[in-house]
Design a protein around this ligand. Structure first.
Ligand SMILES: [Cu+2]
Length: 114
């Protein structure tokens, strides 16, 4: 598994060096998973409006996300893991990471702001 990840990281560097380097600079916490044309993960801030454990979604009233050109809005997001739905509760102000995917954006981290 570790070998595979290292090989994957090298493939990224060799095939998409400029994009890889740019992605690394924007988000140093995401090693080896940025493939060429795909945009890097984006950071957002918002307030939790609803949590749906059955659907695995969290509805966030989020501020504008300049990195991906989104205006402020309220919308549901799929979460990468059901555990993320336990991090925050309705009414909490949170910081979150958005991972761009082909069909949907997925929230990969949520941190409650105090
Ligand atoms: Cu939105």
């Amino acid at each position: 598994m570790k070998k595979h990840l290292i090989a994957l990281a090298w493939a990224c560097i060799l095939l998409a060096a400029p994009a890889f380097v740019a992605a690394q600079r924007m988000d140093p916490n995401m090693p080896g998973m940025q493939h060429g044309a795909k945009p890097a993960d984006a950071q957002g801030v918002g307030v939790v409006k609803a949590i749906d454990t059955a659907k695995g979604t969290i509805t966030l009233q989020h501020e504008a996300i300049g990195m991906i050109g989104w205006p402020a809005m309220t919308m549901p997001f799929k979460v990468a893991s059901p555990d993320l739905l336990k991090v925050a509760k309705v009414g909490d102000k949170v910081k979150f990471t958005l991972h761009p995917a082909d069909m949907a954006n997925t929230v990969t981290s949520i941190t409650v702001q105090h």
